[in-house]
Design a binder for this molecule. Structure first.
Ligand SMILES: Cc1ncc(COP(=O)(O)O)c(C=O)c1O
Length: 351
C-alpha cells in the first residue's frame, strides 16, 4: 500500500466478499435472482466475481459502450437497462448479439423499427424489454394497455424478440423511511406485475421482468412476478447509500495524501476529479466528524484536523458510481496488502 501513488481507488476484498455473499444468500432460495448493475463499479473482474458468487442471472449496465466492454470481457448475458437510440448504435447492439445475449429496453415505436432493421441487417435476433414507467417519470410507457400494445409491436418486428418488461422504481429506492419505501414500491410495482399478466393474457409469454436496486432488493425481490433485481451499489457501497442500507459495508475508499496543513485543517490531494461528489459530503475515515470546507477539483480541505504533510488517509466517497467512473483501475486489498489490480474498463463509457 505504501508504494501506491495517490489518489487511487481501493477496494477492501473482505468487505466486498461479505456484500456479495449477503445478497447472493438472500436470493439463493428465492424465485427472483440478481442481475448486478455494472454502472456501480464498471469493472469486468468485479462483475465476474459477482456472477461466481451465485444467485445472479447475468449483468446489467447503463450504456451500449459498457455492454461492449462486458462482452469483450467474456460476459455472455447482458441487459442494457436503457434505450439504445440511433442507427449506428442499433448496429453495434446487433453485432454484440453475434457472440452474446445483449438485450435493451425500449419505449418508442420508431426506435423499435430502428433496432429491428439493424438486427435483420446483421442476421441476428435482439431480445427486448419494454420499459414501463412505474412512477419515476424518466423513461418508459405507461403501465397497462400502452405497454401491452408495445410488447405486441416488438413481438411482430422481424429481428426482435419480446423478452419482457423493465420497470425501475428509482423514485423510491432511497426513501429514508423503510415502511414508506415498502408501501410505495409495492403499490407501484403492482402496476408492472399487472402489466405482465395482461401481456400473458394476450398470448405473449413474458420471460423476464427486471426491476429494483440496492435500496429495494428485499421488497422488489419478494414481489411475485418480478424475476430479477438490478442491484448495483451493494457491492462496494458509499457514504450516501450506507444510510439506507447499513447491512452492506463500505468496501470502496480513496487513498489520498495530506499535501498541506495550514489554517487548522488538512488538505488532501483529491477532489471532484477523483471523488464522485453528489448527494452528501465525503468522509475522512480517520476523522469521521471532520467536515470538508469544500471539494474542489484536486483538493479537499478537512477542517479542524491536525496531521503531518505526507500522511496517507482514506476518503469514503459520497457517491460510488460516479467515483469509479473517474478511475482507470482499482487496487484490491486483503489484510492491508494489495493482492490485485483490476482495470475499470467501463470508466468513461458514456455512449
Ligand atoms: C435502471 C436502473 N436499475 C437499477 C438501479 C439501481 O442501482 P443501485 O443498486 O445502485 O441503487 C439504477 C440506479 O440508478 C438504475 O438506473
Amino acid at each position: 500500500m505504501s508504494e501506491l501513488a495517490t489518489p487511487c481507488l481501493i477496494v477492501d476484498e473482505a468487505a466486498l466478499t461479505a456484500n456479495l455473499e449477503l445478497l447472493a444468500s438472500y436470493f439463493e432460495d428465492r424465485v427472483c435472482k440478481i442481475r448486478p448493475h455494472f454502472k456501480a463499479h464498471k469493472c469486468v473482474s468485479l462483475a465476474r466475481r459477482q456472477l461466481s458468487t451465485g444467485s445472479c442471472v447475468g449483468i446489467c449496465c447503463a450504456k451500449l459502450s459498457e455492454a461492449e466492454v462486458l462482452v469483450e470481457g467474456g460476459i455472455e448475458d447482458v441487459l442494457i437497462a436503457n434505450q439504445v437510440v440511433g442507427p449506428d448504435k442499433a448496429t453495434r447492439l446487433a453485432r454484440l448479439n453475434r457472440t452474446a445475449t445483449v438485450r435493451c429496453a425500449v419505449d418508442d415505436c420508431a426506435n423499435i423499427a430502428e433496432l429491428g432493421a439493424a438486427a435483420a441487417e446483421e442476421g441476428v435476433t435482439v431480445g427486448i424489454l419494454v420499459e414501463v414507467d412505474v412512477g419515476m417519470k424518466r423513461c418508459g410507457v405507461p403501465p397497462g394497455q400502452p405497454a401491452v400494445t408495445m410488447a405486441q409491436l416488438v413481438a411482430a418486428t422481424p429481428g426482435l424478440r419480446f423478452d419482457g418488461l423493465q420497470g425501475y422504481e428509482g423514485h423510491a429506492v432511497v426513501l429514508p423511511d423503510y415502511d414508506e419505501r415498502k408501501q410505495r414500491v409495492t403499490e407501484d410495482l403492482g402496476m408492472l406485475v399487472d402489466t405482465r399478466r395482461a401481456i400473458e393474457s394476450s398470448g405473449l409469454p413474458v420471460k423476464i421482468v427486471s426491476s429494483g436496486g440496492t435500496g429495494t432488493y428485499d421488497i422488489t425481490g419478494n414481489i411475485p412476478g418480478i424475476d430479477e433485481v438490478q442491484c448495483g451499489t451493494y457491492a462496494l457501497m458509499d457514504v450516501f447509500y450506507a444510510q439506507v442500507r447499513p447491512e452492506f459495508a463500505i468496501a470502496r475508499s480513496i487513498l489520498a495524501t495530506v499535501v498541506s496543513n495550514k489554517h487548522d485543517q488538512v488538505v488532501v490531494d483529491v477532489g471532484l476529479k477523483g471523488i464522485g461528489g453528489e448527494f452528501c459530503d465525503p468522509v475522512l475515515l480517520e476523522y469521521p466528524e471532520a467536515k470538508p470546507r469544500y471539494v474542489s477539483e484536486e483538493h479537499t480541505p478537512f477542517m479542524e484536523v491536525t496531521e503531518d504533510v505526507g500522511k496517507r488517509v482514506y476518503i469514503l466517497p459520497p457517491h460510488g458510481c460516479t467515483t469509479n467512473n473517474l478511475h482507470r483501475e482499482l487496487y484490491l486489498v486483503r489484510n492491508g496488502k494489495v493482492v490485485d489490480v483490476w482495470p475499470i474498463e467501463g470508466a468513461g463509457c458514456l455512449e
